[in-house]
Ligand binder design. Structure first.
Ligand SMILES: Cc1ncc(COP(=O)(O)O)c(C=O)c1O
Length: 364
């Protein structure tokens, strides 16, 4: 970063801005940002287009979307908060819950945006490593709670590794969390979960007044470009998060698109089913190649590559696959279009042949 001519907060200057997945060159598959590989549904485009010709501010409280979500989840609309992507709501939640000197427990490795989200609040991030299988270590997270803990982030399924938290395991964890500490279940990929034992945090809100759930229209609903997500939880908590929202952040076309995509349940489900079937097929094939790929309940898979991330990524790129490398750790590959599967598996095979010590058996 170049030098600023004015005094700015050093803790913010010390951060790196969020790094977006690479754009794909022509003839390559963009599997770097966990987006759906499908175009917007026609009805969604029509609904968004219908309201674009309007020079007024949008409905700041997203009333219709909150009501539709409330109906979907069997909740009053004041149990729903809508924002410009769930990332905005997560930031609002952390800012509201934790201030300078407070602690926020985050799993790691997890969503890359978490650490930077803490910075404006001045709170301290307490990172808890994942389990060997790439999932949340809920026991260790509970042990990390101190008198200063104000918020705990649980990412399920975890981005970028893929495993989901089990329902039972989560209930045990909540028994160990003080009732005045906020727990955020970040379920951005919830709709891709196929394991019946996995947590569905929206179903346990009744039991845990200190729990809020973050979900999004960006992933399974395919509206990543329209920036709209939501939180479910206690109305007093959500109202507090709303006080630090940027007003009018969710444009009217995004609100209209969200309403339209909720009406298109069958088409959305068919697309999600296609992706989860492909995910399981790819994960199995990679596992058979020898890769220690964790079980994924999301729309991506994780290749542990340790210090060979650059080398493996170069092979993927040469094979027309643009994935998301995390230096020194691994590569996250989003599940894309059917045509991407053969080149992806061919490139991964080439990579494991080139770096055989990355094989599962070698790691044990
Ligand atoms: C775990 C997780 N949470 C939240 C988000 C934010 O999604 P959005 O702001 O598009 O709703 C993402 C996006 O990649 C994510 O991976």
């Amino acid at each position: 970063m170049s030098e600023s001519p004015v005094q700015l907060r050093p803790e913010i200057m010390a951060q790196r801005a969020y790094k977006q997945g690479k754009p794909a060159p022509v003839n390559a598959f963009k599997l770097s940002s966990n987006e759906l590989p499908f175009p917007l549904l026609d009805d969604v485009v029509a609904a968004a287009s219908d309201v674009i010709d309007n020079n007024r501010y949008p409905d700041a409280s997203c009333t219709a979307v909150r009501e539709a979500l409330g109906e979907h989840y069997g909740l009053e609309s004041d149990h729903v908060l809508v924002g410009a992507g769930s990332v905005a709501l997560l930031q609002q939640a952390i800012t509201t819950a934790a201030g300078p000197g407070d602690e926020v427990i985050i799993p790691w490795r997890s969503f890359e945006a978490y650490p930077a989200m803490l910075v404006p609040s001045g709170a301290l991030g307490v990172t808890v490593p994942l389990t060997r299988e790439g999932g949340m270590d809920l026991d260790a997270m509970a042990e990390a709670i101190t008198g200063h803990t104000r918020c705990i982030l649980v990412c399920t399924p975890n981005n970028p590794t893929g495993p989901a938290v089990g329902h039972r395991e989560f209930e045990q964890f909540m028994d160990n969390v003080p009732e005045d500490v906020l727990v955020i279940a970040d379920e951005a990929y919830h709709e891709f979960v196929t394991d019946p034992k996995a947590l569905n945090a929206a179903r346990v809100l009744d039991r845990h007044p200190n729990l809020v759930v973050a979900r999004t229209f960006s992933k399974a609903y395919g509206l990543a470009g329209l920036r709209i997500g939501y939180m479910l939880g206690n109305p007093a908590i959500l109202a507090a998060f709303n006080t630090v929202a940027i007003p009018f952040a969710v444009p009217a076309p995004s609100q209209a698109a969200a309403l339209a995509v909720m009406r298109a349940g069958d088409a959305v489900r068919a697309r999600v089913n296609e992706i989860t079937a492909r995910r399981d097929e790819i994960r199995r094939a990679l596992y058979d190649q020898g890769w220690p790929v964790p079980e994924s309940q999301a729309n991506f898979v994780w290749l542990p590559c340790r210090e060979q991330v650059e080398g493996v990524n170069a092979i993927l790129q040469a094979g027309g696959i643009i994935a998301r490398p995390f230096p020194g750790d691994g590569i996250r590959i989003s599940i894309g279009e059917e045509a991407s599967v053969t080149p992806l598996l061919a490139a991964c095979w080439q990579a494991i042949e080139r770096y055989p010590y990355l094989r599962r058996d070698e790691l044990l």
